[in-house]
Write a protein that binds this ligand. Structure first.
Ligand code: AMP
Length: 115
């Protein structure tokens, strides 16, 4: 655990979150500032800074992907579709440096990128 990491502190229970799915190695909780009717963040409990770091741990990567699919199913997103996003680095606007998959859906999501 990284004591300076917001999402590590959510995993540790030090900061509250609305948890919607949990496994031994992953946690999923609602985004505090949702950009769509469903906006859930799926994280590995272990600290990985971004998706590049996560990719170096294939088991953890697979677990995050599987948890994301289960969240999409549980949130009723699989019939109409959804978006799975890993913001990574400066150009993406990544704000929290504990890797997280954004699961977004519940309405048509528009173009993949703006501007
Ligand atoms: P990113 O820009 O990809 O790093 O996304 C970080 C996301 O974390 C944003 O969508 C924020 O709204 C969300 N966020 C920040 N703090 C919290 C929190 N305490 N609980 C839930 N989501 C959060």
């Amino acid at each position: 655990m990284d004591n300076d990491c917001l999402f590590c502190r959510i995993v540790a229970g030090e900061i509250p979150a609305t948890v919607v799915h949990e496994t031994a190695t992953t946690l999923a909780f609602r985004d505090i500032d949702p950009k769509a009717p469903v906006h859930v963040l799926v994280i590995p409990k272990a600290h990985h800074g971004d998706v590049l770091a996560l990719a170096r741990d294939p088991q953890a990567a697979a677990e995050v992907l599987a948890a994301s699919a289960e969240v999409a199913q549980a949130e009723g997103l699989t019939a109409d579709g959804f978006r799975l996003i890993f913001n990574t680095g400066r150009h993406s606007g990544q704000e929290v440096f504990h890797v997280h998959a954004h699961v977004l859906g519940g309405r048509p999501l528009g173009p993949m990128v703006s501007g």
